[in-house]
Design a protein around this ligand. Structure first.
Ligand code: MSP
Length: 634
C-alpha cells in the first residue's frame, strides 16, 4: 500500500462560538469520531481535527449583547465546546481556535502568498450586504420581498473599497476536478455544485474594513482591513496540521477528508478547492455532506430555539446509546427527525432487547454451567456452520458499508446477525443440552456465540466504544484490532468470562398516544364504539416468532412469512415497504390467530400481524421482553 493510504486526516467544521453546542454539532463530531476510531482500528495513522470559528461580526455583536469583551466571550464558549467533546469521549487530536496565534500566522501567510501571486485586486463595490451572512448578496439570494433568504432580514446598501478574489478564473478547473475526482459524497451534492458552476462565479470579497469590523485577522498587506470570516475559517484545515512550517502537514494533507452538513456546502465545495488550487496545493480527497437533524420537521438550530442538548442525553442514557441512535437513525446525506420517543424505542429494541439480551444470556450460561471459563469446541454441526456463515457475511457487509458511510445500513446488517444469534441460542437451547447431559454440545454452542459476540463488539467499537471495551473485557480478549474480528478461536478456550451488569437495561417510558377525531379534537369515550369483554375474548391474539420471510414476487407490498405460533403457520402481510425480510427473522410479533384462512394473491394466509400506523409509517407491535411463541395475549 502507498504511504498516503496509511494516513487518514479527518475534520469537523469549526463551529461558531455564538451559541453552545447542540445535537446537530454533536452529530458531525460523533460521526467523525467514529470514522477516526475505525481507521485507527484498521491500523492507519489518524489525525482528527475539530475546533471553533471565533471571528466575525456576529460573534462580536453577541459578545457585546452579553456585556463581555470579544476575547472573554469566545474563550468561554470555545471552552464549552471543548468540554462537551471531552465529556462525550471524542478522540480529537487537535482543537483549533481561529483566535490562536499559530492559526493567525497561517492565515496571514496564505493571504500574503496569494497577494504576491496577484490573486487579489482592490475595487470599490456597492451592493446589498447581509450582516447575518456577513457578505454581499446576489439578487438570487433574496426572496420576493427583497429579504435575505437565510436570515429573513433586509440587506443594507453598502459602498466600500475592498479586496476581491477572482474565482471565475478557476471555474472550469473546478468543474473538471469535481467530475474527474468525484470528491463530494453523496453525489447529489456534487451535482448541486456542478449546477451552480453552470454560471460565472462572482468575485469573492475577502476583506472587511477594520473601521466597520475590527474582530478579525488583519490583512498582512493592508492594515486597514481584516479578512472575511470564511477565508479565515477554511484555512483552519491547514493551520490545524501545522501548515506551512511543520513538515508533518503534508503527510496528512494528501489524505484529507472533511465532514460537514449541507448548510456549508458552497464554501467547502467552491471557495476552498479554489483557494487551495491558487496556493498550488492539492485539493482534499473527500467532502462528506450530511443532512439536518430536524425537530417536528424544522432544522434544529439556536435561532429556532428547538435545540437538544447532547450532554443531557448522554448523561441520562449513556454516551454509547446517544452514539448508536445518531449512527442508526440518520441515512447519511439526508435529513432525519429527532424525538425522544424514537430515541428510547431504538434503545429498547436494538440495544436492550437484541444486543444486551444476547450478551447477558450467553455470558450468564457460561458463568452458570462452565464455571465462567470459555468452554472447548467439540464437533461442530451444520447449524453451527450456518450460524458462522450468517455472522461472517454480516460482519463483512457491515465493514464495507461503514467505510462507505452507509452507517444506518451497516448497523441494520449487523443487527440481522445479532437477532439471528438470539434465534440460534433459542433453537439450539444449550440449557436443555446441559440438562440432558450433553455439556460438550452446550459448550460448542456457547463458544461459537462468544466468538460471534467478540466480532460484534469489535465491529461496533467505533460506534459503541465503551460497551465494546467492556464486552471484550468480559471475554478476556483485551485490546485487539480488526485483524482478529472473524477468528473463531478467540476468545481462547479456558479464558474467563463474566456477565457483569446488564449493559443496556431496558428503559420504561410512556409514549405520547394521540386519540383525536376528524376535527382534531380529543375523542370522548362515548364517541368510540365500545366492545363487551365477551366480544373481546373471541379474539385469539398470540405471540408468533417469525422464522422465515420473503417478498411475494410481482407485488411490492406483500411478504410471505413463516411464523411459530407455536405450530408453524404461513401469513401474508402487507408490510414489505416498511420491513426488509431479513430484518424480521427472529422477531416476536402479535398475531391474530383465529382469522379465517384466506388466499391473498394466490398465497394462503393463516392469520394477521398487528401493527400501528402513524405519520412516521408502520411499526409492528412487539412484546416488551422475550416471550414464548404461541403464548396467549389477554
Ligand atoms: N463556522 C462555520 C463553519 C466553518 S468550517 C471551516 C459554521 N459553524 S456552525 O456552528 O454554524 O456549524 C455548522 C455545522 O454544525 C454544520 O455544517 C453541521 O456540521 C453542524 N450542524 C449544525 N446544526 C445542525 C443540524 N440541525 N443538523 C445537522 N448538523 C448540524 O457554519
Amino acid at each position: 500500500m502507498r504511504g498516503v493510504d496509511r494516513v487518514f486526516y479527518i475534520t469537523t467544521p469549526i463551529y461558531y462560538v455564538n451559541s453552545y453546542p447542540h445535537l446537530g454539532h454533536a452529530y458531525t463530531t460523533i460521526i467523525v469520531d467514529g470514522l477516526a476510531r475505525y481507521y485507527r482500528l484498521k491500523g492507519y495513522k489518524v489525525y482528527f481535527l475539530t475546533g471553533t470559528d471565533e471571528h466575525g461580526d456576529k460573534i462580536l455583536k453577541t459578545a457585546e449583547e452579553r456585556g463581555k469583551s470579544a476575547q472573554e466571550f469566545v474563550d468561554e464558549i470555545a471552552q464549552a465546546f471543548r468540554k462537551t467533546w471531552d465529556d462525550l469521549g471524542i478522540t480529537y487530536d487537535n482543537f483549533i481556535r481561529t483566535t490562536a496565534e499559530n492559526h493567525k500566522a497561517t492565515v496571514q501567510y496564505v493571504l500574503q502568498t496569494l497577494y504576491e501571486k496577484g490573486e487579489f485586486y482592490i475595487d470599490e463595490y456597492e451592493g446589498l450586504y447581509c450582516y447575518g451572512c456577513e457578505r454581499f448578496l446576489t439578487s438570487k439570494e433574496l426572496d420576493d420581498k427583497g429579504l435575505c433568504k437565510d436570515h429573513q432580514k433586509p440587506p443594507v446598501k453598502l459602498r466600500e473599497k475592498n479586496y476581491f478574489f477572482n474565482l471565475e478564473k478557476y471555474r472550469s478547473w473546478l468543474r473538471e476536478f469535481l467530475l474527474k475526482e468525484d470528491p463530494i459524497y453523496p453525489r447529489f451534492y456534487r451535482d448541486e455544485v456542478l449546477n451552480l458552476l453552470e454560471e460565472p462565479l462572482p468575485p469573492l470579497c475577502i476583506s472587511r474594513p477594520k473601521s466597520r469590523l475590527p474582530w478579525g485577522i488583519e490583512l498582512p498587506f493592508d492594515s486597514n482591513y481584516v479578512t472575511y470570516v470564511w477565508f479565515d475559517a477554511l484555512i483552519n484545515y491547514l493551520s490545524g496540521i501545522g501548515f506551512p512550517h511543520n513538515p508533518l502537514w503534508s503527510s496528512y494533507w494528501v489524505n484529507a477528508h472533511h465532514v460537514i452538513a449541507k448548510d456549508i456546502l458552497k464554501p467547502h465545495a467552491i471557495y476552498w478547492p479554489i483557494m487551495l488550487r491558487a496556493l498550488g496545493l492539492p485539493p482534499y480527497r473527500k467532502l462528506y455532506v450530511h443532512g439536518y437533524w430536524l425537530v417536528d420537521s424544522l432544522k434544529m438550530s439556536k435561532s429556532l430555539g428547538n435545540v437538544v442538548d447532547p450532554l443531557e442525553l448522554s448523561k441520562q442514557y449513556g454516551r454509547d446509546s446517544l452514539r448508536y441512535f445518531l449512527f442508526r437513525e440518520m441515512a447519511f446525506g439526508y435529513d432525519a427527525e429527532f424525538s425522544i420517543d424514537q430515541f428510547l424505542r431504538r434503545y429498547n429494541s436494538d440495544l436492550a432487547n437484541d444486543y444486551g439480551n444476547l450478551i447477558y444470556r450467553t455470558f450468564n450460561l457460561i458463568e452458570k454451567y462452565f464455571d465462567g471459563k470459555v468452554p472447548p469446541y467439540s464437533e461442530l454441526k451444520e447449524e453451527d456452520y450456518k450460524y458462522r456463515e450468517v455472522v461472517e457475511e454480516a460482519i463483512n457487509k457491515y465493514l464495507r458499508l461503514f467505510e462507505g458511510l452507509f452507517f444506518h445500513q451497516a448497523l441494520e446488517e449487523l443487527w440481522q446477525a445479532i437477532r439471528y444469534s438470539n434465534v440460534y441460542i433459542d433453537h439450539t437451547a444449550p440449557w436443555k443440552e446441559i440438562k440432558e447431559g450433553r455439556a460438550d454440545r452446550a459448550g460448542t454452542i456457547l463458544r461459537n456465540l462468544s466468538s460471534a459476540i467478540k466480532a460484534f463488539a469489535l465491529a461496533l467499537r467505533p460506534i459503541l466504544p465503551e460497551s465494546s471495551e467492556k464486552i471484550l473485557e468480559f471475554l478476556s480478549v483485551g485490546n485487539v484490532d480488526y485483524s482478529v474480528i472473524l477468528n473463531w478461536d478467540l476468545p481462547k478456550e479456558g479464558a474467563s468470562v463474566s456477565k457483569g451488569a446488564p449493559l443496556f437495561p431496558r428503559i420504561e417510558f410512556r409514549e405520547k398516544v394521540e386519540s383525536k377525531n376528524s376535527q382534531g379534537e380529543e375523542k370522548s369515550h362515548m364517541e368510540r364504539e365500545l366492545l363487551s369483554i365477551e366480544e373481546f375474548r373471541k379474539w385469539d391474539l398470540r405471540i408468533g416468532k417469525i422464522v422465515f420471510a420473503e417478498k411475494i414476487e410481482g407485488t411490492d407490498k406483500l411478504l410471505r412469512l413463516e411464523v411459530l405460533c407455536p405450530e408453524r403457520r404461513q401469513i401474508v402481510s402487507g408490510i414489505a415497504q416498511y420491513y426488509a425480510p431479513s430484518e424480521l427473522i427472529g422477531r416476536e410479533v402479535v398475531i391474530v390467530a383465529n382469522l379465517k384462512p384466506a388466499k391473498i394473491r394466490g398465497v394462503l394466509s393463516e392469520g394477521m400481524l398487528l401493527a400501528v400506523h402513524d405519520e412516521k409509517g408502520l411499526a409492528l407491535i412487539i412484546p416488551e421482553r422475550e416471550t414464548t411463541p404461541g403464548a396467549k395475549i389477554s
